[in-house]
Design a protein around this ligand. Sequence first.
Ligand code: ADE
Length: 241
Amino acid sequence: MQRKSYVMRIDIITIFPEMFEGPLTESIVKRAINKGLVDIRLHNLRDYSTDKHRRVDDYPFSAGAGMVIMIEPVDNCITKLKSERDYDEVIYMSPDGDLLTQPIVNQLSLNQNLIMLCGHYKGIDERIREHLITKEISIGDYVLSGGELAAAVLTDSLVRLIPGALSDETSALSDSFQDGMVSPPVYTRPREYKGWTVPEILLSGNDRLINEWKYQQALERTKERRPEMYAKIEGRRKKEE
Ligand code: ADE
């Protein structure tokens, strides 16, 4: 079977490409890039400005503090990218977007080509959102200085789902949230430290009992820490009865 040169391509449009040093150059994302599983390209929005000072922002058409990212450089960049390949989504990272959750990550991970646009200042010209953006994602109900950290978070969460990105392929499936629950606790050696012991059952060697214990622990933790998630599990269980 002929193998595609990469599983996913992500194009990130930003005025601070250097902010991605680190998130993309370490750990699992770095390894996935090196293995050719994902192709991540950074585009400096200023390169698409027609202004001699490479400006990409201007004053808003109304009173109020803050600058607004102009439509032209964004359109120039997105148009150029779209002339080279088809994109599944053009995502704008924004605090008022859809809240990022594991099901949304799972769904986005099925795509081949994604564009992520990082905003800054007071925001971006609304016409960009109306005409060029297909999806808006927030990583939480707080305001960051720009979309770069959010795009790095989204990228990381996607890359770890690409088959082969993790050394143990099953481990993404056992991540917290993959089955609508948080993860059970984990332990490693030594068996006892300062009198603090590892639960006996984990040392029993009985896989069936261990798996049952892990499931119960995950369930209890979910009930305690994420009651809204637990309510969904209960709802599903009631429907099945
Ligand atoms: N840009 C600024 N804040 C953000 C957030 N919380 N999520 C996504 N993008 C953002």
